[in-house]
Design a protein around this ligand. Sequence first.
Ligand code: TRP
Length: 440
Amino acid sequence: MTQATEHPNWSNRWTFILAATGSAVGLGNIWKFPYITGEYGGGAFVLVYLACIALIGIPVMMAEITMGRRGQENPVDASLDLAKEAGQPPFWGIVGYAGVLAGLMILMFYSVVAGWVLEYVLQSASGNYMVANAEQIEANFGALTADFNRQLLWHSLFLIITLTVVALGVTKGIGKAVEILMPLLFVMLGILLVYSFINGDPAQAIAFMFQPDFSKLSGEAVLVAMGHAFFTLSLGMGAIMVYGSYMPRGASIAKTGLIVAGLDTLVALVAGLAVFPIVFANGLEPSAGPGLMFVTLPNAFAAMPGGAIFGTLFFALVAIAALSSAISLIEPGVAWLERRGIKRVVAVLGLGMLCWIGGIASIHNGDVFNFLDNFTAKYMLPLGGLLIAVFVGWVMSRNHVQAETQMNDSDMAKWFFTLRYIAPVGVLLVFLHSLGLFGG
Ligand code: TRP
């Protein structure tokens, strides 16, 4: 294990929890979750999403951490090494290769949305939308997405910041920032929740989010809910694996996985509960699409005392949450190239260039944006997760897995049951269901 000593490590379990939570909590929670919940009809969609988190997401998260920590490597080499250890062919390297690709594809549109957030930091600070009514606020977002140059500027800026942090090295840079800013984001979300419960329409919001109406649940909705469970937990492409490889031995994989998944789910639900009361009180449409956050929250900020300051701070914190997620999208690829003897800075520049170009394509053409979002979340991440579940559940030696997780026999049996049967079968059923092969 000579390379284990060279491999960077985080000082303690909390650093892993912070970094993994930093990866998980991002635009997926605050931007995407509310708008897809709105598009796919609310309650039943939320229920399927929660079931996917519990039955598929959490077991797969533990599997990814296990692979990373045992492999002590980037996702490509971890899956290659662990396959070899289990006497299996290098086919399993596909978990790592496909993961690197998925991360880059996600960052190509993620950085564009993060750019919108930066624009709204500026707009809040300048008080731009504070004097506007609901229609003008809606038109304001439309104007941004029609403005190529402005989006290009923000996308480029966000990507430069991300690449700079990654070039400095993940184990050094982000721990500190996440430690302070994530709790602050939670507090701000909490304040926003209270505000929108007092000034919005919480009863209708709660009914919309938690009263399942299964007649609204299409096969497509189930697929999107499952895909989002992977997306929001940063699973299926090796991000959590790479972070797991930096996690010190002795920290409990089960506990940390549960904490990260719990915090992530909490943030998503609070974000939804903050957004929808404002949607209903202002007569907006829950199905407004990707602009939902950018039209509802400015309505609240425009109406609240001190809204300019609050709004500026809020969007700035969302941008930072996006940054700590974006880092984990590109780190697997960078760690892999670095291991192959390429300088970190060069790897960052090369992969960053790809993401920059992909982002330009997504700004230029909404179909590219949608393709990258849909294809990764609906197919690549669940397939990656399926392979990871099968790999840890069926391919790796159970003794090695138990030694790595240090679980007692009864916890191990429960986890292995979900990992071996429920998670893979669940993913397959959702795929088949979405094809309309049964019940859909
Ligand atoms: N989970 C992040 C979010 O919700 C996005 C993200 C970061 C991600 N790293 C990932 C998604 C890896 C999938 C895989 O915003």
